[in-house]
Design a protein around this ligand. Structure first.
Ligand code: PEP
Length: 251
């Protein structure tokens, strides 16, 4: 049985004081929750403080990006090995902001996925279509290509230790959420596509929904059969919102 997972993506927000306050507020509340798992993916400079605060809690932590390269002369990059050193469990790869603003194509995302797994990190692979792609009926084609590029590089077996996040680009940070039915349709498509390679693996993989999830829509989204939790951007910066979303994921 797949458990529910809620992951906060802080994006490029926060400072030492705000982060401390946010973590101090969520830790005692999330401690009381059962039947769900949670994590926060924080900016690189705050991984040390996050590790310090969360290491004896049940909240995992991770990064929002990773270099596809091995340790070496890559100025400004952060290696997967370093994330392991800082106790990370997850790393987000292929977030739409990285695809759109930093030119990451499907192949680069696949290389990051592979590198993350090679050191034992769990990649959270983000896939999703733009509004223009949805409007011309390209949603499934786009998502199939995003998934298949990774499957072709690492093989389907690698997905046994990965999480997928369906994040329609038009819903990220816009306040527009996919309806539970719209999201479920794409989640089922993703699961079926993986099932065409390995049905058992596909039935076990967690597929999160991301895109303007808030406390007032989380429960409806999480009640859908193929939605296994959420990747939460803006609402993960507000302690009460993040806690409520985590509560909605309890089953
Ligand atoms: C995200 O950053 O992955 C995200 C889904 O953002 P938001 O919840 O703000 O739409």
């Amino acid at each position: 049985m797949r458990g529910k997972l809620v992951v906060g993506n802080w994006k490029m927000n926060g400072n030492m004081l705000q982060n401390q306050q946010l973590l101090d507020a969520i830790v005692p509340e999330i401690k009381t929750l059962g039947n769900m798992a949670s994590a926060v993916c924080v900016p690189y400079p705050y991984l040390v403080m996050t590790q310090k605060v969360l290491q004896s809690t049940k909240i995992a932590w991770g990064a929002q990006n990773v270099s596809p390269y091995d340790l070496g002369a890559y100025t400004g990059e952060v290696a997967a090995e370093m994330l392991v050193d800082l106790g990370c469990y997850y790393v987000i790869v292929g977030h739409s902001e990285r695809r759109a603003l930093f030119g990451e194509d499907n192949q680069t995302v696949a290389l990051k996925f592979k590198k993350a797994q090679s050191v034992g990190l769990i990649p959270i692979l983000c896939v999703g279509e733009t509004l223009a792609q949805r409007e011309v009926g390209e949603t499934e084609r786009v998502i199939a290509e995003q998934l298949d590029t990774v499957v072709n590089l690492v093989s389907i077996d690698a997905f046994a230790k990965a999480v997928i996040a369906y994040e329609p680009v038009w819903a990220i940070g816009t306040g527009k959420t996919a309806s539970p039915d719209q999201a479920q349709h794409v989640h089922a498509f993703i699961r079926n596509r993986l099932a065409s390679h390995n049905a058992e693996l596909a039935s076990k993989i967690q597929i999160l929904y991301g895109g303007s999830v808030k406390s007032n829509n989380a429960a409806n989204l999480f009640s859908m059969p193929d939605i296994d939790g959420g990747l939460i951007g803006g609402a993960s910066l507000i302690a009460s919102e993040f806690i409520s979303i985590c509560k909605a994921a309890q089953c």
